[in-house]
Design a protein around this ligand. Structure first.
Ligand SMILES: Nc1ncnc2c1ncn2[C@@H]1O[C@H](COP(=O)(O)OP(=O)(O)O)[C@@H](O)[C@H]1O
Ligand SMILES: [Mg+2]
Length: 571
């Protein structure tokens, strides 16, 4: 359906590219006609795209199988690669964000240290101012060193952040200013007892506290910026995690889907045609030459296989034709052997008809004419004519080039018909014929005339084999149901028999021991039986002679019981 739609589109595409196209059977809608006339072909790109897609789709079956496989694997690998690349990229973002977060946390911790160091300096100074004890200056000195170290560390950690660097410089300046203008001066004033009051006065002026507040405010500002950064980095990390998760799931699903799609495509493009080809080959092996070889004309290995199978099919057809010709030739030759017999079979009813006609004339000439007798004689003439006609049509059927198709028939009746045809030939050679037909036999499905031809061949071979014989010439024909429920036919003779070391040779084509023989009779018989699903073989008869037998299988869906079969007399 899709292909039909697409090819229709591409056809329109081709037409649109050239002269305006409006199919006669299905006229274009008015709007379309207007557009075409106006030359406004704004849907042409779509049509071109569809044509391109169609070309690509029809290209796939023509790709060599390894190209198909490579294309399918490449598609799956590409999907896996793209999704893995995205996941990898997101993981890198997560890693970078994590490092930055560690860095920001470090900055925040160091800021705390800086704040503590400032506090230490402030408390140390205040203790010294109150007590005048030198040992109170220890926290001050320690705090000063710690503060410098902390600022240095923060500077390192935020080296890539210019705004923070400026804030740090401001902080450093403020701290320095506090130390130089307040702390160091107060310490110097405290060193002398006479200036201690000045030191207290300076402290009381509040300028130290103001500076210290500015230091704290700057520290807070730096802290706030870092916390903001931390929050942003957390958000980036979270987002990257979400994308990585999503891509892992989506990538997995897409790979699975692509693999499935490719599997489907490969099944359609490789497995299905191969299965069809195997089916066609199996049918050909069974001799069904009516089958179409699929995939002929494809550009891949399946196409090459199809071409080879096509050659194979043609040679089978040729062989079948040769075989049919040979079989026909054999049939005509067999009929030639039966000429005397046939002449007799036809002559008999004709003679009888003449006799009956004479009788009719006799009864007509009587005074008064005996019309009842005349009617009876005429009835007999009709029966004689019909009999002669039947014999002729049977002979015609037997030598026809193309045998009629398979039918369902009573096997015993077919055997009796053949016997009737060969009877005179048998009697002419002083052969005593005995038939032993099964009373109940399942109907057979097959080519009736061909199977009759087989039986006739066996009878004539047996008669011919016995002609050179001095002793009793006995021919026995029997039918029975075999172990598989099919039919078994046996033709026994008392002739010279077969070469016990190589019985099967007689079935070889062109094997004959007769000066005017063709050697095709038994080969054709066996191929006919095999084509019917049966088996044919030969054994030695006791005390002498040959036995030829064949089986025909019961019909597969055979559920007809034996009641349907004909009841045949034994004789
Ligand atoms: N009933 C038989 N008894 C002995 N030999 C037989 C019998 N039927 C066939 N043969 C042998 O098998 C050969 C092949 O038979 P066939 O294929 O019918 O070809 P043809 O009859 O033309 O020779 C015969 O020439 C004969 O030697
Ligand atoms: Mg023969």
């Amino acid at each position: 359906m899709l292909v039909t739609a697409l090819s229709a589109s591409s056809r329109y595409g081709a037409e649109l590219a050239g002269a305006p196209f409006c199919p006669r059977a299905v006229p274009w809608p008015k709007s379309c006609q207007r557009r075409l006339r106006g030359g406004n072909l704004d849907y042409q790109p779509t049509i071109r795209w569809i044509s391109a897609f169609e070309d690509r789709v029809s290209l796939f079956p023509n790709l060599l199988i390894w190209h198909k496989l490579m294309a399918a694997f490449a598609a799956v690998v590409a999907v896996i690669f793209v999704s893995s690349a995205v996941v990898y990229d997101r993981l890198r973002v997560i890693e970078a964000a994590k490092n930055l977060r560690v860095n920001t946390t470090d900055v925040l911790d160091t800021l705390d240290t800086a704040l503590e160091a400032m506090l230490d300096q402030e408390t140390g100074l205040r203790g010294y101012l109150i007590s005048g004890g030198e040992k109170f200056l220890e926290p001050y000195h320690k705090g000063r060193d710690n503060f410098s170290a902390a600022i240095k560390r923060i500077r390192e950690l935020t080296s890539d952040n210019l705004a923070q660097k400026i804030r740090l410089d401001q902080l450093n300046e403020l701290a320095k200013k506090w130390r130089v203008e307040i702390a160091e001066r107060e310490i110097a004033l405290m060193a002398k007892p006479e200036t201690r009051a000045d030191a207290h006065a300076l402290e009381a002026s509040g300028s130290g506290r103001t500076l210290m507040d500015l230091v704290r405010a700057t520290l807070d500002e730096i802290d706030l910026v870092e916390r903001d950064l931390l929050a942003k980095r957390e958000a980036v990390q979270k987002h990257a995690y979400a994308i990585a998760y999503m891509m892992t799931i989506l990538g997995g699903a897409a790979s699975l889907l692509t693999a499935l799609l490719m599997g489907l495509l490969l099944t359609r493009a490789i497995t299905t045609p191969i299965t069809r080809m195997t089916g066609a080959m199996a049918a050909l092996a069974k001799g069904d030459t009516g089958i179409e070889v699929p995939g002929v004309g494809r550009g891949d290995e399946i196409g090459a296989m199809a071409a080879a199978v096509q050659v194979f099919k043609e040679s089978i057809i040729e062989r079948q034709r040769t075989q049919a010709d040979l079989a026909h030739f054999n049939r005509v030759a067999t009929m030639g052997q039966l000429t005397a017999s046939i002449a007799h079979e036809i002559n008999q009813p004709i003679t009888a008809a003449v006799t009956n006609a004479e009788a009719a004339l006799h009864w007509l000439g009587a005074h008064p004419p005996d019309l009842d007798e005349v009617r009876q004689s005429l009835g007999l003439i009709v029966a004689d004519g019909t009999r002669a006609g039947d014999v002729i049509s049977q002979i015609r059927a037997l030598i026809k080039k193309t045998p009629p198709p398979k039918t369902r028939f009573n096997f015993n009746e077919a055997v009796l018909e053949v016997i009737a045809l060969a009877r005179t030939e048998v009697l002419r050679h002083d052969v005593s014929l005995q038939t032993q037909l099964a009373e109940v036999l399942r109907p057979i499905e097959g080519e009736r005339i061909q199977l009759q031809q087989v039986i006739l061949n066996l009878i004539l071979n047996a008669v011919e084999a016995m002609t050179s014989l001095e002793g009793a010439r006995e021919l026995q024909i029997s039918t029975e149901t075999d172990a598989a429920g099919g039919v078994l036919l046996t033709v026994r003779d008392s002739g010279p028999g077969l070469d016990p070391t190589n019985v099967d040779r007689v079935f070889e084509a062109f094997y004959t021991t007769k000066p005017d023989g063709i050697g095709m009779g038994l080969a054709i018989c066996r191929s006919i039986i095999t084509a019917h699903g049966g088996r044919m073989w030969a054994t030695a008869n006791k005390p002498r002679g040959a036995i030829f037998q064949f089986t025909l299988p019961p019909k597969q869906d055979e559920n007809a019981s034996a009641e349907h079969a004909g009841q045949m007399p034994t004789g």
